[in-house]
Design a protein. Structure first.
Length: 273
């Protein structure tokens, strides 16, 4: 956690309840434990925002992207926070969300694609140890034609932990040429662990490409055996498999020191799974 905090101190701190983004900037913004934050990105602007929760508290994040604006949002949970995130996107805007729950938490995302050629991509991962409860809720609304969305959420639960994913892709009447994909993949590390997944499609247009899928299963026994035959202990083989499973989500964040710090926290969490 301290390594992550040190990295965030080098980013631009978010002060107050409103972040206005104009122009482009290479240095990310950082907000630690915001109770309520509104992000307003002007047309053509771009930014990277990292939000970290370290307190068991409720929080809300509202994002409005102007025409052609781009936002990279990295959303990290190191405490049992409840967070509601709303993203509204104008024409040709791009938003990429990377969400990682390293403890029991509840995150709800509402994405509204309101302008033609808007794109949203969400990659999420949660790791739940004994007694923890992780929840990810995602509602993606294609309100106009020619928009794209892609979501993939991965879950890992051990002990008596519980994980939940509830996803809905909504395609409004007349929202033709929609391209929407939703996937939920999950691994159970014990017989007592439980993960429920509910991906859904609600479509009111006929010229669309929409898909969804979900899997819940055990670890790859053959892969574990292969690694053990090469000298790794069973614990190390399990850890490497889980790190590989969630690592592609974590490394979406695009800032290498930040990715490495989060992966260190994933490795530490593995000791409890």
């Amino acid at each position: 956690m301290e390594a992550l905090r040190d990295i965030l101190r080098t980013f631009r701190p978010v002060g107050g309840e409103t972040l206005r983004v104009a122009g482009t900037g290479a240095e990310p913004f950082a907000a630690v434990d915001p109770r309520a934050l509104r992000v307003e990105a002007e047309a053509g602007s771009s930014a990277h925002l990292v939000v970290l929760h370290t307190k068991a508290d409720a929080a809300s994040l509202t994002v409005a992207l102007g025409e052609g604006a781009q936002l990279e949002l990295t959303h990290l949970f190191a405490a049992e926070a409840f967070a509601e995130v709303s993203v509204r996107q104008s024409a040709r805007s791009r938003c990429r969300v990377t969400a990682v729950q390293l403890t029991g938490a509840n995150a709800s995302y509402r994405i509204d694609l309101d302008g033609a050629e808007a794109e949203n991509s969400l990659g999420g991962a949660f790791l739940a140890a004994d007694g923890e409860h992780c929840v990810v809720t995602l509602h993606t609304a294609h309100n106009v034609s020619d928009c794209r969305s892609d979501s993939a959420v991965k879950g890992v639960a051990g002990g008596r932990a519980v994980g939940e994913f509830r996803g809905l892709v909504y395609v409004a009447p007349g929202a033709q040429r929609t391209d929407a994909r939703q996937q939920s993949r999950n691994i159970l590390l014990s017989r007592e662990a439980r993960i429920t997944t509910q991906p859904q499609l609600e479509i009111y247009a006929d010229d669309v490409k929409c898909s969804h899928g979900a899997t819940v299963g055990q670890m790859d026994a053959e892969a574990i055996l292969y690694m053990r035959q090469r000298g790794l202990s069973e614990a190390d083989a399990r850890r490497l498999q889980i790190e590989g499973f969630v690592g592609d989500v974590v490394r979406r964040c695009g800032v290498e020191p930040l990715c490495e710090a989060v992966m260190e926290m994933v490795s530490a969490k593995m000791e409890r799974l």
